[in-house]
Design a protein around this ligand. Structure first.
Ligand code: FES
Ligand code: FES
Length: 201
């Protein structure tokens, strides 16, 4: 190997390092060099989305990065679905997609092209509460209520999927939903009652 090549590389490396160091040592110069109006924001990528929410058809143009949770709450106005951890841990954002329970904070809205979404607002029939909503009221299955819409959406799925045959099964299915008020006992009571009633939900 040519020894000159080595020393040339070393020289140019030292030059580059010195100029980078100079930039860090003179932050005001650096700030002056980048004028504020030279920063051009990138365009927000927009995409078309067609889906049905609680029986209503929506044709939307959305920021491609929007989660389903944010779409529901901030664009459509269905604020019954709650935002807790936004990390798939608490279950406050639980909804149904094509009948299956899902944590909406973990879903990109765009991945729901043509899907059928049901939120807590879609459970009652006009003034008639859903049997699970009635059971939660009867059994006092909440305190602050923040987790309740997610609990009810999971509870409906629990009964529909045949996972409410006994209290142990109910507890196992519902362990995706956290209640910071600790209303667990009453939540299980409510689900057990609906499952035993045989009500079509
Ligand atoms: S907000 Fe979605 S799981 Fe907590
Ligand atoms: S009722 Fe308060 S967090 Fe569950």
């Amino acid at each position: 190997m040519n020894p000159c090549h080595f020393s040339d590389s070393r020289r140019s490396f030292l030059k580059k390092t010195a100029s980078v160091a100079a930039l860090y040592l003179t932050p005001t110069l650096l700030v002056k060099a980048v004028a504020a109006d030279a920063i051009i924001p990138l365009p927000i990528p927009k995409e078309k989305l067609h889906l049905t929410i609680n029986g209503k058809v929506f044709d939307l143009e959305i920021d491609a990065r929007t989660t389903l949770l944010n779409l529901l709450r901030e664009q459509i106005g269905y604020t019954g679905t709650k935002k807790g951890c936004e990390m798939g841990q608490c279950g406050a954002c639980t909804i149904h997609i094509n009948g299956k329970r899902t944590k909406s904070c973990m879903q990109l809205a765009l991945n729901n092209q043509n899907n059928q979404i049901t939120t807590i607002e879609g459970l009652a029939k006009a003034d008639q509460l859903h049997p699970m909503q009635q059971a939660f009221l009867k059994h006092d299955a909440f305190q602050c209520g923040y987790c309740t819409s997610g609990q009810i959406m999971s509870a409906v799925a629990c009964v529909r999927e045949g996972q409410a045959k006994n209290r142990e099964m109910i507890k196992a299915y519902m362990d995706t939903n956290i209640c910071r008020c600790g209303a667990y006992q009453n939540i299980v009571d409510a689900i057990e009652e609906v499952a035993k009633s045989g009500a079509k939900i």
